[in-house]
Design a protein around this ligand. Structure first.
Ligand code: SF4
Ligand SMILES: [Zn+2]
Length: 205
């Protein structure tokens, strides 16, 4: 597994399938009890609440609870990570980075990103969230590749796993966002530094 959490470098862990994430974190001396949940499968399998901590980490068990292991990259949502802000950041990535070939994808990710950005900023209305819920179903399988499915997973899982946080954002009362610093543009990047082209010492003379 690749585990990432805000404020710590990412780590690569080998573990047998069938253990819980809670057990793995305990074995690594990492706190688990302050987590809100996680983002699974890189950016593909969506968000999940604290159910993830005591679920067996294997392909079938994760599919059974509506998520997936995918590439094995798990981003932990700590006390300063709001699920709405995380979903907005990941959807902005899908909006920004899709290949722009399918109308359903570039229009759909832009629309879902606009709603999630507004929800994060406490300016969305219930009708916006209802449209997001509709798109999270109707846009599935509508792209030529699975990018759009990953984006719909983000929207659908936020609404399913964190309805109380969505409601808090509609009502302008999210305690996490009130106290947390803004997420970086590139979500959850710990050490990201934009770099220019690498020039070797020999070529630079
Ligand atoms: S669904 Fe895939 S192929 Fe179509 S625009 Fe999105 S990224 Fe490109
Ligand atoms: Zn929030």
């Amino acid at each position: 597994l690749t585990l990432t959490r805000t404020g710590q470098p990412p780590g690569l862990y080998e573990m047998p399938l069938g253990q819980s994430l809670h057990a793995l974190l305990e074995a690594c001396n990492q706190p688990a009890d302050d987590l809100h949940g996680a983002l699974l499968g890189g950016y593909f399998a969506g968000l999940i609440n604290t159910r993830i901590l005591h679920t067996s980490i294997d392909y079938d068990s994760l599919i059974a609870i509506g998520t997936g292991l995918g590439c094995g990259a798990i981003t932990l949502l700590g006390p300063q990570d709001c699920p709405v802000a995380a979903a907005a950041a990941v959807m902005a990535y899908f909006d920004r980075e899709n290949a722009g070939q399918c109308g359903s994808c570039f229009n759909g990710t832009a629309a879902m990103s606009a709603v999630l950005g507004a929800l994060r900023d406490h300016v969305a209305q219930l009708s916006d969230v209802e449209r997001l819920a509709g798109w999270s179903v109707s846009l599935r399988s509508r792209g030529a590749c699975a990018t759009l499915d990953g984006a719909t997973n983000i929207a659908a899982s936020l609404l399913h796993e964190f309805p109380h946080v969505v409601t808090a954002h509609l009502e302008g009362e999210c305690g996490v966002c009130r106290n947390a610093p803004p997420l970086p543009e590139r979500p959850f990047a710990v050490d990201y530094q934009p770099t220019g082209p690498v020039v070797s010492e020999a070529n630079s003379r």
